[in-house]
Design a protein around this ligand. Sequence first.
Ligand code: URA
Length: 190
Amino acid sequence: MLSKIKEDVINMNSDLADLRRKSNVFPVIGEGSHNAEIIFIGEAPGRNEAESGKPFCGRAGQILDELLNSINLSRKDVYITNIVKDRPPNNRDPLPSEIEEYGPFLDRQIEIIKPKIIATLGRFSAQYILSKYGVTNILPITKINGKVFEVNGLKIITLLHPASTIYDSSKKKGLVDGFKILNYNLKHDN
Ligand code: URA
């Protein structure tokens, strides 16, 4: 059950969880439909997310909402989560050890939701999910934005991170195109 995952994250032993308890902020477990056909996976919560307990609620979240709207989806149609459920200090990149600690919670979420499509947002998420499903020789995220990997009937679509467009507006088109590919794959089961 997803509620059991939440309880396990709340009580987990890790440096980031200790920091969360000391700072009186929240873990970010995930949000959306438990029957979603698509699960979006980001990296880790930032300040806004840790303060509210909700994924993607800052600037990157606004961009994600716009992208979802562009393909006529809203948050309630999908499930949105991250690999790492607690905020790394100063928004630094998650450490490999943190990805290893939190990855099993994400694995359990995927097992429960059983999505048709996993859409990864950014390089950490792409790396984690592609490796989990046995894809090797993973290219940099800028080379695989909008690419579809099929593994045993599951589609994995690797997308740029929405935050990448904040400082580099040229990435926006790539992300919009990636969402079009996502939409096509959602509508066409083949
Ligand atoms: N960036 C992420 O990767 N995840 C969030 O929840 C917010 C920003």
